[in-house]
Unconditional design. Structure first.
Length: 303
């Protein structure tokens, strides 16, 4: 279960939206588009809460000196109770109670985070990593592998296998975002790389739009299921003692999330090579929003 294997979940007093997750980073994405800095150039590295340039002399916390954001009030300590109950019901069924799974994910989003919009906001570091990934894919599609690696100062990766190149891009895609949030993005990226062979990717110079979309949606799905595991806390699920049941629980949750992400996606990556940073970020946020909206809807339909 990736980074989630030993998680006991969020603390009872953790805010619904911690102050450090309010804004995803908005600096320039890798595989630069060559447009002016209105998408967040070097001079816009510290945007204010409205997305406009902020104080250019941040303090140690990344905020202007002496201006630390107030910590939001703690959320309801029982907000994950119904989600955990339904996850436990699904686990105890050996994976046969699909309605309980759909209700559990819905309850996580609606009661646990305060709705799909908040669920998206809580994934700031993952959204940033997804945007960075699309930025890299933009460069690959437009400039090819060798030029993209040169721009990223990673020419040592030239000539390596597709999987080795993607592993070498981990630091480019996954920036710092707090211990758990950074781990979620990295875990999702590495899991996506581990399954890339099923998309027929063996030459990054011939990466197709369809393969890029498959990688992108796979990464989104991995970040969502890892977020759920970390928030709910796998130690809080009541499993049977059967290892096969535990494996079935994990597989069915992952398959359900990935199916929902793909079914909800309405974006268009056909013009990725010419997309601006801002457009890429909009695609990412819309993809997360559509996924969480569908997961809530499917849970409602489950009763």
């Amino acid at each position: 279960m990736g980074t989630s294997g030993s998680s006991s979940g969020s603390g009872r007093g953790t805010p619904l939206i911690p102050s450090w997750l309010d804004n995803a980073p908005s600096g320039p994405l890798p595989g630069g588009d060559g447009t002016p800095s209105d998408d967040g150039g070097p001079g816009d590295a510290n945007p204010g809460p409205d997305g406009k340039p902020g104080d250019q002399n941040p303090g140690p916390s990344g905020k202007p000196d002496g201006a630390r954001p107030p910590m939001p009030p703690p959320a309801d300590p029982e907000r994950f109770r119904t989600a955990r109950t339904n996850f436990s019901r699904f686990a105890a069924s050996g994976g046969s109670d699909g309605k309980a799974l759909r209700r559990a994910v819905r309850d996580y989003a609606r009661s646990g985070t305060g709705g799909s919009g908040n669920a998206v906001r809580r994934m700031g570091p993952s959204r940033a990593a997804a945007s960075n990934a699309l930025g890299v894919f933009r460069g690959l599609q437009r400039d090819g592998i060798h030029e993209t690696l040169r721009q990223l100062n990673l020419t040592a990766l030239s000539g390596r296998s597709a999987q080795e190149v993607f592993i070498g891009l981990t630091e480019v895609v996954c920036k710092d975002g707090g211990p758990i949030d950074e781990a979620i993005a990295r875990d999702a990226w590495l899991e996506t790389i581990a399954t890339m062979e099923k998309f027929g990717i063996d030459n990054l110079d011939t990466l197709t739009q369809e393969q890029i979309q498959e990688l992108f949606l796979s990464f989104i799905a991995h970040t969502i299921d890892a977020r759920i595991y970390q928030e709910i806390g796998v130690n809080g699920f009541k499993f049977t003692d059967d290892l096969d049941d535990i494996k079935s629980f994990d597989k069915q949750l992952r398959d359900y999330i990935e199916r929902s992400v793909r079914d909800s996606f309405t974006g268009d990556l056909s013009s990725l090579g010419s997309m601006s940073d801002e457009t890429i970020r909009q695609v990412v946020d819309k993809t997360y929003q559509e996924a969480w909206d569908l997961l809530q809807l499917l849970g409602d339909q489950a009763g």
